[in-house]
Design a protein around this ligand. Sequence first.
Ligand SMILES: [Zn+2]
Length: 155
Amino acid sequence: MSDMTVSTDWTPGEVPPADENSAAYWDATRAHRLTVQSCTACGAVQHPPRALCTGCGSMEHLTQVDAAGTGTVDTFTVVHRAPRPELNAPYTVARVRLAEGPVVLTRLEPAEPGETGWRIGDPVAVAWADLPDGRALPYYTAPTPDPSGTTSKEH
Ligand SMILES: [Zn+2]
């Protein structure tokens, strides 16, 4: 995963423009839909979107599919001193492992929840920060407890 560059400089102001590989991903964010790239030839799931399937090398079988929007905290860092004055510290930069498998670099909100803070393995759910250009940037927060006490998988 050489493209998994860790940066504590992450801010919505620096979101790159969509390119030919990521256009479908970004379009889905406009409706607050989280998608991952799936290969219909070999079943591999990858993120961020690429021109080539990392599983089989296919260029023709990649498609964006809806993700569950849930994951677990793989690792995280609380940034107490912002690298630039316009950033509000503290904030938490994390790797989140999506339910579909890919690991994404993201933010956790709130930065320091409760008394214990974030812990590796915590379940998280996607939330969205709208960007000025209509796209939205996913971040992750604690899953909302179901007020009925039952899970959505039950009927
Ligand atoms: Zn493939």
